[in-house]
Design a protein around this ligand. Structure first.
Ligand code: NDP
Length: 328
């Protein structure tokens, strides 16, 4: 990261640096990265503020989820050729302590799935519905950012977990069609087509019971306005404000929480590791049975990683945005 962005990151935020890769020491492995993830939370780490993860340092490398192949090993845990998942993306080669990598099975699923639907992304959607919103059979669920990585998983999981009606919002007509035609959402709308509150009310005339929030802002206010008594919102992300230079005003209708006994609950996927085994088992079965599908948007080459990140922040992706790295 060459400079801290103010507002939207630009080309000046990033710099491609070439450095000598040290040989692994005892207990370390050298990994040739083949895929890396770009995620909205990375924008928060570009700010110098206290958060749940330390900020990136100016002049230091960015980090993030990545998959790669072990090319040198000085650990008995890994052999050359093993495929591993780890947290040192944004580089072609990663030098890792063996304990900070996890082996993944490239036969069981395409490796990209471990950065998306079967990985942190999928678990976020699952934990948000099951543990945070405590979705019950027959309930009406609204998901914002619904054609993105987490949102497309959340909408499908809601259906598979027995929701009565699933509604999604997204930023283009093509995304809206994807939600209803391919992912089984009962209704969807483009939030550019009119006030979210009005469109949500039309899609859910009987109100919503659960809101899975990826967006915040106008979406959150609209969801609160449409919530039925004892409704719950899993506050997963608020991407509409991540590049704001001033905090945006909160929802104007919070008083509704009282009369309607609503719950808004923020969460982090990292607190829900206890659900991982159950999640992988269920999601793996849904995938195998053809009940769950996913898309990915790929960008090629480390030099294009900043473009991929910015494209994702602007809605250029359907499903998970990933960067293919090619150092072979
Ligand atoms: P996505 O794949 O959903 O990509 C981001 C999407 O956000 C874009 O495709 C775009 O789609 C949408 N978007 C951008 N700006 C706006 C806006 N102003 N209003 C509405 N939508 C907008 O990313 P992820 O699935 O990785 O992440 C989704 C959310 O989940 C983020 O808020 C992220 O921070 C959060 N998250 C939280 C975690 C946790 O532990 N709490 C873990 C992982 C993610 P469109 O074309 O529809 O606008």
């Amino acid at each position: 990261m060459a400079a801290r962005p103010v507002g939207w990151p630009t080309a000046e935020t990033f710099e491609l640096a070439t450095v000598e890769v040290p040989a692994p020491a005892d207990g370390q492995v050298l990994v040739r990265n083949t895929l890396m993830s770009v995620d909205p939370y990375m924008r928060g780490r570009m700010n110098d503020v206290e958060s749940y993860v330390p900020p990136f340092e100016v002049g230091g490398p960015l980090e993030g989820g990545a998959i790669g192949e072990v090319v040198e090993s000085r650990s008995p845990r890994y052999a050359v050729g093993d495929t591993v998942l780890h947290g040192l993306g944004w580089r072609d080669y990663a030098l890792l302590d063996a304990g900070s990598a996890v082996r993944v099975d490239p036969i069981a699923a395409p490796v990209s799935a471990y950065l998306g639907i079967l990985g942190m992304t999928g678990l976020t959607a699952y934990a948000g519905l099951v543990a945070v919103a405590q979705l019950k059979q027959g309930e009406t669920v609204f998901v914002s950012g619904a054609a993105g990585a987490v949102g497309s998983a959340a909408g499908q999981f809601a259906r598979l977990l027995g929701a009565g009606r699933v509604i999604g919002s997204a930023g283009t007509a093509a995304k809206v069609a994807y939600l209803t035609d391919e992912l089984g959402f009962d209704a969807a709308f483009d939030y550019h087509d009119g006030p979210v509150a009005r469109q949500l009310r039309a899609a859910a005339p009987d109100g919503i019971d659960v809101y899975f929030d990826n967006v915040g802002g106008e979406h959150l206010e609209a969801a609160i306005a449409s919530m039925n008594r004892f409704g719950r919102a899993a506050i997963c992300g608020m991407i509409s404000g991540y590049n704001d230079t001033e905090p945006t005003p909160g929802p104007r209708n919070l008083a509704r929480l009282i009369g309607w006994r609503l719950t808004l609950r923020g969460f982090l996927v990292r607190d829900h590791g206890d659900l991982r085994a159950e999640f992988v088992e269920r999601a793996g079965r849904w995938l195998a049975d053809g009940e769950l599908s996913y898309r990915e948007t790929f960008v090629d080459g480390l030099p294009n990683a900043p473009v991929a990140f910015l494209d994702m922040m602007r809605g250029g992706n359907i499903g998970k945005m990933l960067v293919r790295l090619s150092t072979s």
